[in-house]
Ligand binder design. Structure first.
Ligand SMILES: [Zn+2]
Ligand SMILES: [Zn+2]
Length: 268
């Protein structure tokens, strides 16, 4: 496989309409992405990675509180909670079973399963040979089906020349798509990049969006920008207020119980 084969990948992939002419407007870029709710308790999903679990049985993201809560059958009897609280399928017992379940999700076009499959191809893991071209193809599919984290992997590939030629402009474009789709890590990195380039006002805008989405690191960044005299006290107070708003939306007794039981369920 030559580099030029891979270079044409993006243009050739169906549904991927990367158009250098089409610049993302600031209005689109700095819009607050929608925040997700848990499908069981309907409370806002925590951002913290142990506060949310993916279930490869039904493809649902479920909050730590609902994963920890006991499961009851139709007659109200408590059942063994080695079962998915959403679809009640038994949890996989081995890594092989987990991979098999994930492949089942892959068959039904679950974007997260497609994304993970892409990661296996990138790493040459779980029985897949290393194939960056295939990984990029799968991440495009996952991203277009709504899993915005996948755009970040594509951005990283362009930034570092992994399976494609280095193209920092394209990398930036994919990082922006990822942030707009709600990936706060991509948002944080965009803020850091703007700060490095001396664009403190744009850095502030990115960190403000991330603060509302629950990223405490971005609140700290805004605090530092305030200490260094780059942003006003009002901006810093606003960031704190937005982060508090997020916290008030994610807190629940059930999630607190889960977090007190184990760090595996920490949610903020
Ligand atoms: Zn929940
Ligand atoms: Zn399930």
């Amino acid at each position: 496989m030559s580099t030029s084969d891979v270079d044409g990948l993006c243009e050739n992939l169906e549904g991927c309409k990367l158009d250098a002419e089409k610049k993302i407007s600031d209005e689109e870029l700095f819009k607050q992405p929608p925040l997700e709710d848990c499908p069981i308790c309907f409370l806002r999903m925590p951002l913290f990675n142990t506060g949310i679990k993916y279930r490869s049985c039904c493809g649902k993201m479920i909050c730590s509180g609902c994963c920890f809560a006991p499961v009851y059958d139709d007659r109200g009897n408590k059942v063994d909670n080695q079962k998915c609280p959403f679809c009640r399928a038994p949890h996989p017992r081995t890594e092989e079973e987990a991979v098999e379940m994930l492949m089942g999700r892959f068959e039904v076009n679950d974007p997260l399963a497609i994304y993970n499959h892409g990661n296996y191809c990138r790493d040459g893991k779980c029985g897949y040979s290393q194939d960056y071209k295939k990984a990029l193809e799968l991440w495009h599919r996952a991203a277009e089906l709504g899993y915005a984290v996948a755009y970040n992997n594509i951005g990283y590939a362009y930034y570092n020349g992994k399976g494609v030629k280095v193209d920092k402009e394209k990398a930036g474009y994919y990082y922006e798509l990822s942030a707009m789709g709600g990936n706060v890590r991509a948002r944080y990195n965009l803020g850091a990049k703007e700060e490095e380039q001396g664009n403190k006002d744009r850095a502030l805008k990115h960190h403000m969006v991330a603060a509302r989405s629950g990223l405490s690191e971005s609140v700290k960044k805004i605090q530092m920008l305030y200490s260094d005299g780059h942003v006003t006290k009002d901006d810093y107070m606003k960031a704190l207020r937005l982060y508090q708003e997020y916290l008030s939306e994610i807190k629940s007794v059930q999630r607190d119980k889960a977090a007190a039981y184990s760090d595996r369920f920490r949610y903020y």
